[in-house]
Design a protein around this ligand. Sequence first.
Ligand code: GLN
Length: 283
Amino acid sequence: MRAKNAGTVWRGLARRFRGAGIETAGLDARLLLGHVLGLDGLQLAVKENLLVSDADIASLELLAKRRLGGEPVARIVGSKEFYGLEFGLNEATLVPRPETEMLVDLGIEFLEGRKRCAILDLGTGSGCILISLLVNLSGAGGIGIDLSEEALEQAGQNSVCHGVEARTDWRAGSWFAPLGDEKFDLVVSNPPYIASQEIEGLQTEVRKFDPRVALDGGRDGLAAYRAIIGGASRHLRSPGTLLLEIGHDQAEAVAALCLENRFEKPSVRKDLAGQPRVIVAQY
Ligand code: GLN
């Protein structure tokens, strides 16, 4: 068999992915080929003529089959870029979403310039939110809480990779339960917010491959918000900020919960697609 170059292999795979209706066909093909060759996407772009061995083509084929079976690339390669940083993932962590980067932008906006500040990230998963904040706020430290020890192990590793482990503390448990009387300047969370009965209708990539506890927001999708908003005031300094990612139809309900719990001026921020995405409330 004539050896193939990286460009040809990539285009062939992208074509198959497109044929299977995968929206991000070209990107996915590039990430998988890069993973097999040990190159990142950019390096691959400049190495079109690199020869790909039969063994690498065989490894790539195994990964391609998984992708064609609906498994997201981030799960296959075990990592995902978020806020310009690479985050390792495991079975217990959600794949970080680009929309969630808004929480980091807003957190930085609120805390920038402070010499010292404390952040609490509830349902931290891979730790992507807290770690991205700490990388960008040199005076900040924070606690990340998650139900899953396995997720926290991954978050811990990610904090080491990004050099912020000395400013983090990972604790297992439900919402505020692992805390004593610690107080924070910012409480942030991207909690599970899909109504239980809607999970079956989600795309395969999410339904089959994201951990269900990271998605399931109970009967009306608001269970996590009740717990978080109900408990946050005990752990916020005044003034302090609460930042919550929300589903596109939850802005009113979550803002109302904030008002009921003595938060001031809850405001809704829209994402780049124009959907309500984050609630900001002051305490
Ligand atoms: N905080 C993590 C993230 O945004 C996990 C969120 C979750 O599991 N719902 O990716």
